[in-house]
Ligand binder design. Structure first.
Ligand code: ADP
Ligand code: MG
Length: 310
């Protein structure tokens, strides 16, 4: 008995147990904090034409973190892969009404959005495989670049004040085609996730050029408001180098928080979840909570209203 007790206390005092306890405490602190509501709905497009840089992961986990901090969040899945829909745990097989119907047939967003089963305040417009054809179908439609913008405006217009989402996050496909153009026209802010690896900055100038073009012709308010460094591996000098370089170029946009490379983050979608519910005290979940806090505080800095005034 004594030996067992001693073993147990040894385990409890191990570095892993201490670090888990610290994470639990941090998670409690972060989720108890109510984040400020923006004065108006913030529409953020999460874009980077490179695939696999963490767009979808960042969209769903930031959305979940914002919702868990008391805000109302709508995710729009604009990638035919439907990975954001999967992670949020909503149906998106080919029979489900989706963003395709919104863009091509003008179906209202309110008719296709679904609530996340796990997280209050979070809903999502799903993407189905139909969306793969939309890029081409949109070409022949009138006002093809502004269809998402109009759908979002109509949606916000039909909601009561206390039902307005605080955030709309749009998860883009890995291309700069008409779907991404629709996203750039729909919101004023772009959030770019950058993977802290070699070639991270490759393609960034093309993305910035496209954003500039949209700003000049279609959406004068469009700007890159936020850059999030993802898949950061603190053990490699390369990650620190890339992060340093990005911070130097974009001192005002890069969030202080970096998202670590974490197995738990990559496992969560196969359980139909975000890491925020799959493993709430993991380092990945904590980093997305921290990043969401920064995002919300920055955006609300000028024209803040607190949640109490809702
Ligand atoms: P994108 O949407 O830009 O194509 P994803 O968000 O789908 O990128 O991420 C690409 C892959 O990397 C996915 O398998 C995802 O689970 C994984 N991943 C994303 N972020 C992390 C991370 N911080 N740690 C570990 N794996 C990650
Ligand atoms: Mg994606």
């Amino acid at each position: 008995m004594v030996a067992e007790g001693a073993a147990a206390s040894e385990v409890d005092d191990s570095p892993i147990a201490r670090s888990m306890e610290k994470n639990r405490r941090r998670q409690r602190e972060l989720t108890q904090e109510r984040l400020p509501r923006p004065a108006h709905t913030r529409v953020l497009t999460i874009a980077n034409q490179k695939g696999g840089v963490g767009k979808t992961t960042s969209t769903v986990n930031l959305a979940a973190a914002l919702a868990m901090s008391g805000l109302r969040v709508l995710v729009i899945d604009l990638d035919p892969q439907g990975n954001a829909s999967t992670a949020i745990g909503i149906e998106h097989h080919s029979e489900v009404a989706s963003i395709y119907d919104v863009l091509v047939d003008g179906t209202p967003i309110s008719e296709v959005a679904q609530d996340c089963p796990d997280i209050a305040g979070l809903s999502c417009v799903p993407a189905t495989i139909d969306l793969a054809g939309a890029e081409i179908e949109l070409v022949s439609l009138v006002a093809r670049e502004t269809r998402l913008q109009k759908a979002i405006a109509a949606y916000l217009g039909e909601l009561e004040d206390d039902q307005q989402p605080d955030y709309v996050l749009i998860d883009c496909p890995p291309s700069l085609g008409l779907l991404t153009v629709n996203a750039f026209v729909a919101g004023e802010e772009v959030l770019i996730p950058i993977q802290c690896e070699y070639y991270a900055l490759e393609g960034l100038s093309q993305l910035l050029k496209n954003i500039e073009m949209i700003r000049a012709h279609l959406n004068p308010g469009l700007h890159v408001s936020t850059i999030l460094l993802t898949m950061y591996d603190a053990r490699t000098r390369l990650a620190a180098q890339v992060a340093g370089e990005v911070r130097e170029h974009f001192p005002d946009q890069v969030l202080r928080t970096t998202v670590p490379r974490s197995v738990r983050i990559s496992e969560a979608p196969s359980h139909g979840q975000t890491v925020m519910t799959y493993d709430p005290t993991s380092s990945g979940a904590l980093s997305y909570l921290e990043a969401a806090g920064e995002l919300a505080r920055r955006g609300a800095a000028e024209t803040s209203t607190t949640q109490e005034t809702r």
